[in-house]
Design a protein around this ligand. Sequence first.
Ligand code: ZN
Ligand code: ZN
Ligand code: ZN
Ligand code: ZN
Length: 351
Amino acid sequence: MPSVAICRSCGIIAPSEAANCMSCARPISEVRVQVPPQSADLFWVAVRCGFTCNQCKFLAPLDGLDVDGAVDCAHCGLRQRFDVTAWREALSFAHSVGDLAGPDPEGRAPHPSIWIGDENPYADIGVKKSFARGGDKVREIDIHACPGHPVCRKCRVPLTIETPAAGQIKTRCLTCNDEATFSLGEAQQTGYPAIMGAVADEHRNDRPRAQPMATQAGVVAMRCPGCGAPLAISGSDKVQTCSYCKVSCFIAAKNLARFHHKTPEPEVWWLLFSGVSEERINLTSATADVPQTGKNLLAALKPGAKTDTIGGKPGVYEAPEEPGIHWPQVLLTLLLGSIALAIGYLIAGRY
Ligand SMILES: [Zn+2]
Ligand SMILES: [Zn+2]
Ligand SMILES: [Zn+2]
Ligand SMILES: [Zn+2]
């Protein structure tokens, strides 16, 4: 279980040969911290996702695992549908990046006997750069992904994370004691079973969220989830308190940006994955000479799985040697020796 070197300011992997963080540009020597893996089988992947508007080609942020399949373009206001099955490809890509990224050329859990380091497309992640881009591998969703570990945005330290139930995540900052809980819906989990949870403002479930009100294109007003009154938003804090009913609620980054007439940029959010990725299975089976079924290969790829012992395969083996004296063999040798001697005397006695 190798630990991950991250930038403590953003949480993304700190490349071993880079001078500055790809995201916050701070010197790596100042911000690098080692974080132990979530567990032997669970690991974090940072993603930044967007959807390109069909009309104006503007990139609309996807700051959570949105399975509604509808996005409002933050630029031209056009509401458009995107194919939610594209998330499957996006998640598979993010899973593969987290599983295969360097600095080990074979990624986080190398196969004991099959070397994939030469074919691994993500071997330079964590060495020279942080993010890999989905590109042609993912339809519709523009995704960047890299390994790391979620950090407290206030204190810039790695968060302590619990996984109380399927799809549920609880984070805690040991410095400021800030706690948060996040959940994935059933549809979000069943679409890609290796996903164990997400840490993203859009998946936070411990605070009501303000709803955008229908206004003219590109302009956003927010409604209080408690009393329904329009929210008087002050500053750029994502948590705002209603001036009427005093309920504090959460405003999505893209809505806050639009409220302030700023162009929303995709945020970095986090996905927790478990186990071997599809790309590792493909690489391993392409590299191995013996064709193996996916199931056998998966079993062989499980961390801690044993390699075949020599006795398990047909072939020629040396007989096992037992220590000590084998008395029947000694007696037989003595008997044959005396018979030969007796014959020798008989022949010698005749002449
Ligand atoms: Zn950084
Ligand atoms: Zn647009
Ligand atoms: Zn904190
Ligand atoms: Zn209110």
